[in-house]
Design a protein around this ligand. Structure first.
Ligand SMILES: Cc1cc2nc3c(=O)[nH]c(=O)nc-3n(C[C@H](O)[C@H](O)[C@H](O)COP(=O)(O)OP(=O)(O)OC[C@H]3O[C@@H](n4cnc5c(N)ncnc54)[C@H](O)[C@@H]3O)c2cc1C
Length: 381
């Protein structure tokens, strides 16, 4: 017995939910599967930059409104950049951005999908196998449930089964990052409106972050390029604790704070190489398509936007009766045109400078005096 749909979205993170919200009004039979049951956590820095918030507003004004009234979140106006021992530089953002726990944000989006009443949601349905059969897909879940559909949107994150089985993706450490993060309460000397980023010789090529989510609570983490982690056998968890202990400013903030739960790690597939993110009957979005900014690890905005773009292309393709690779190619081209030039430049900057601590340190000192340099840094952040 198969459950049959026109479109199945695999994964209910920001990318999958964005796609579902666009598809809800299409008149198509749509299902969204997730291996987890919601609310569920996702290891993340929880920072949604202004253009991500703007994308959310376009996709679902109701979800945007609900985010405004969500009690535990921080509205961020600026980022404080600490480079070495130089005076921190503060960058102010034009658009409103938020830091909000992913357990709350992702659940809010799923609830909005459910509120449409037009998308069938199957939590606790982890995809195990996906096969093509007579121009349709058969999806088999770990719990034995099977689905059939014409078109699949792979939104199942950094370890995507859809990307692996349909597009042949595998983890490429040259274009990947590793990170750890934990929540802290009792944090001192922070402003909820200012995110903090630390670039220091112990954490490059990468950075340490302290993103407030309330007046005394914060998401705290450390991320690095996987090439460096592998080459130098870096133990990210140990490095995270060492850095807090050794950094005088962080000691004033986190020295007496309590860590909630455990320090958790997760991978980041960077958009620093070109890959084909579509094929006959499928499109990949968000982390499943490796759409993470290689300079700062931002992926929520790209997941939301690529989810919207893929859903719009799916509606066109199905209405025209053709969802072969060529009919879905406009999605791939739209993603490429929107971000590839910027991502390639950022990847170049990361590959050439992120490991050169002396250069970074000089930038830290010069940045204080040079508005042009600060503008350039702001573009990279
Ligand atoms: C430590 C860390 C910090 C980060 N910080 C930030 C940040 O501050 N800001 C930012 O913008 N980005 C950040 N990112 C990146 C961001 O987390 C991702 O880019 C974003 O979550 C991508 O959304 P998504 O919907 O593509 O995938 P996900 O959010 O990963 O959602 C994928 C969904 O698919 C489900 N799934 C997985 N496998 C299956 C399966 N086999 N079957 C069914 N369902 C499945 C999962 O349960 C999950 O719900 C960070 C990443 C990490 C690791």
């Amino acid at each position: 017995m198969f459950l049959e749909y026109d479109v199945i979205i695999v994964g209910a993170g920001p990318g999958g939910s964005a796609a579902a919200l666009i598809l809800a009004d299409s008149g198509l039979r749509v299902a969204m599967l997730d291996k987890a049951t919601f609310p569920r956590d996702k290891v993340c820095g929880d920072f949604i930059a202004g253009h991500g918030i703007r994308a959310l507003r376009e996709i679902s004004p109701k979800a945007y409104e609900r985010l405004q009234v969500l009690p535990e979140k921080a509205a961020n106006k600026s980022t404080l950049l600490f480079i070495g021992d130089a005076t921190p530089m503060e960058f102010f953002w034009k658009l409103r951005s938020y830091t909000v726990r992913r357990i709350d944000f992702d659940n809010l989006l799923v609830e909005e999908v459910l509120a449409t009443g037009k998308v069938d949601f199957f939590p606790g349905h982890g995809l195990k196998r996906i096969e093509r059969e007579d121009k349709r897909f058969v999806l088999s879940c770990q719990n034995g449930v099977q689905f059939k559909c014409n078109l699949v949107i792979g939104a199942d994150g950094a370890h995507s089964v859809v990307a692996r089985q349909l597009a042949g993706f595998s983890v490429d450490r040259e274009h990947y990052g590793g990170s750890v993060r934990a929540y802290f309460t009792g944090v001192k000397n922070i402003q909820a409106s200012a995110n903090e980023v630390y670039v220091h010789k112990e954490v490059v090529p990468g950075y340490f972050w302290l993103f407030p989510i309330g007046p005394n609570s914060a998401n705290v983490g450390l991320g690095m390029h996987s090439r460096h982690i592998m080459k130098h056998k870096v133990d990210l968890k140990a490095q995270f604790h060492e850095f807090i202990k050794s950094h005088p400013v962080l000691q004033t903030k986190l020295g007496t704070a309590q860590m909630e739960g455990s320090l958790q790690g997760f991978g980041l597939p960077f958009y620093s190489k070109e890959q084909c993110i579509h094929g006959d009957g499928f499109m990949l979005i968000g982390d499943a398509a490796s759409l993470i900014d290689p300079s700062n690890g931002e992926g929520i905005m790209l997941a939301l936007q690529s989810g919207k773009m893929a859903a719009e292309q799916a509606i066109k393709a199905i209405n025209q009766g053709n969802w072969e690779a060529a009919a879905l190619a406009p999605y791939y081209l739209a993603v490429r045109n929107k971000w590839w030039k910027e991502m390639r430049l950022k990847a170049w900057a990361v590959n050439n400078f992120a490991h050169r601590y002396r250069v970074l340190n000089a930038i830290g000192w010069l940045g204080e005096k040079s508005p042009a340099l600060r503008r350039m840094l702001q573009k990279l952040m």
